[in-house]
Design a protein around this ligand. Structure first.
Ligand SMILES: CC(C)(COP(=O)(O)OP(=O)(O)OC[C@H]1O[C@@H](n2cnc3c(N)ncnc32)[C@H](O)[C@@H]1OP(=O)(O)O)[C@@H](O)C(=O)NCCC(=O)NCCS
Length: 172
């Protein structure tokens, strides 16, 4: 593992698709943070990344050399009246956490989402995911709702929080 300063945050490119798939899969298989318990099939992820690159979407990866060690993305809703709303997803490989990578990924992603007119970014997070909630609060997200039993892992229900960040430049 290289020092923190050597992990770079870059917009996702097609060349990162397989690494992104592996990273997403590893975090999903922890079975406590993401709604999905494994990554979608590799072909699906490659297509997804292709679309993301073509759309110049707000999707970033953290690279240690050529290894993808984290990602963050904000994807816009498609119906016209909600097209200013984006949904956030992110994760960092377990061995790379608490090194500032999540914060850097999220800052890059929010900045890009802002330039794309996404003035409301929302997310659902498991209520006991203290690390993610602390990061979101630090970057301007606010609690919006508790979603009782919104997630279930191995038959055990967990509440989720709905959080949102309104673009600071928009006051109403
Ligand atoms: C949430 C996550 C992305 C944070 O990434 P990270 O690289 O570890 O975060 P950073 O090192 O950039 O920390 C940024 C801030 O987040 C908060 N934070 C991160 N980890 C924390 C922890 N274990 N406990 C409390 N706060 C934590 C702190 O406020 C921290 O700022 P500080 O270091 O100045 O105290 C990472 O823990 C992760 O991938 N978790 C599993 C996947 C996940 O939960 N995804 C989100 C689903 S909604």
């Amino acid at each position: 593992m290289t020092p923190r300063s050597h992990v770079s945050i870059v917009p996702i490119a097609s060349a990162h698709a397989d690494g992104f798939h592996a990273c997403l899969d590893a975090v999903a298989r922890e079975k406590r943070y993401l709604a999905q318990l494994q990554a979608p099939p590799i072909e699906t992820v490659r297509g997804f990344v292709r679309d993301s690159v073509a759309a110049d979407a707000a999707q970033f990866v953290a690279l240690d050399g050529v290894q993808v060690v984290g990602w963050a993305d904000v994807f816009a809703a498609w119906p016209e009246a909600t097209a200013h709303c984006g949904t956030l997803g992110m994760g960092v490989l377990a061995g790379y956490r608490r090194r500032g990578i999540g914060r850097r990924l999220l800052e890059a992603c929010l900045a890009k989402a802002g330039t794309k007119g996404l003035t409301r970014v929302e997310l659902h997070v498991r209520a006991d995911n203290d690390a993610a909630v602390a990061l979101y609060l630090a970057l301007g997200f606010e609690h919006e709702a508790i979603l009782p039993r919104a997630m279930r892992f191995d038959g055990v229900y967990h509440d989720a929080l709905q959080m949102r960040r309104l673009h600071p430049a928009i006051s109403a």
